[in-house]
Design a protein around this ligand. Sequence first.
Ligand code: SIN
Length: 367
Amino acid sequence: MKGFDRFFALNRQRTVKARVFLCEWVNMTRNDSINSASLPLISVLATGGTIAGQSTRQGSSANYRSGVVSGDDLLAAVPGLSAAVRLRAHQVANIGSEDMTSDVWLDLVRTASQELDDPEVSGVIVLHGTDTMEETAVFLDCLLPHGKPVVMTGAMRPADAVSADGPANILAAVQTAVCPAASGRGVLVVFNNDIHAARRVRKTDSMALNAFSSWGGPEGRVVDGDPVFFRPATAREGLPVFTVAGLDALPRVEIIYGHAGQERGLVDAALAAGAWGLVHAGVGMGNVHGDVRPALAEAVAGGVAVVCATRVVDGPVPLTEKIRRDGFIAAGFLSPAKARVLLQVALTRGDWQKGGMQALFDRYSLA
Ligand code: SIN
C-alpha cells in the first residue's frame, strides 16, 4: 500500500487507537521554597513580529511597528514565568516576519541546534511574526533533531495593545515546551492554546486571535495550563536528515500563482532570475494552465525542479498521470509556501533528478 491509501489506512488506525496524552503544568509559583537551579531551562529565541510590536496609533491593533520590543522584555511581561522555569533569551533578529530571509533562517537554525545540544536545556521556544511562521516552522522541522520540544509562538496584537495576546501565547508555549509528551512531534506552533504540527499548520485568518488552523485538526490543546495531546507522537522514520552546516545561502525557489488567463511570462522570468526550483500554486487539484504547462516542462528538462501545489486552502495535490508525465512533483497536503521551503531544503542535497524527491514530499506531507 502506498501514497494516499496508506495515509488513510494509517489515519483510521490512529483514530481507533486514539488516546489523550496529558501533561501537568506544575505551578511553581505556589511553592516559594523551590530551588531555581532545579527548574527546567528553556531557551527562547526571539525574532520579532507583532508580538514584539508597538502601536503607532493608540487603540489600533492594525497600525504598529513589528519587531521593536526585546525578547527579554516580552518574557518579563508574563506574570509568574520566572518562578516556574529558567529562561535564556537570545535575540536572533527583530523584524516583521514578512521580511524573513534565508540568512535569518540559517542563524536561527544554528542557534537552535546549539541550544538543543546543551544538556541543561529542556526545550526551545521561537518567538516569531505570524505571517511566515508556518514557513519557518517547516524549515526548522526539517533541520532540527526531534528529541526535545521546539515550540513557536507569536501574537496577533502588538505588545502594548489592550488585551495583547503575546503573554498568554508565551505562557502556553512554555507550558508545552516543558511537557515530555511534546517531544518527538517535530516543531510545534502553539497559538491561542491550540498546539499545531509544523507540517499541517497554516495561518488562516489575517486578523483573528485564533489565526492558525491545521488540516486534520490540531495536535493538541493547552487546557488551563496543561498540554493535552490528541494523538501519539509520530516517529519521523524514513525522512532524510538534512543539514545546512557550511551553507551560507539556500537555493532560490520561486512560487508561481495560477489563475484564469495565466501566461508563461512569470515562469520565464523566474528561470532568468536563477531559480533552482519552482512551486506552481495551481488551481483545483494542482492544475496548470495549458499556456504555462510547456514552460514548466521546459524548466524540468533544463534541470529545474517543479512542484505542483494548489492555491485551494484545503485538500491535497495527488501524483496524477499529468503531473508524473511532465516530471513534476506533487506537493500532497503541503501548501505552496511550505512546499517551497521543503524544496529549498531538499535541493541543498544536490541532484534532485536522481530520484527520491516525490517520496520525500509524500513522506513529509503525509507523515
Ligand atoms: C509579522 O509576521 O511579523 C507581522 C504579523 C504578526 O506577527 O502577526
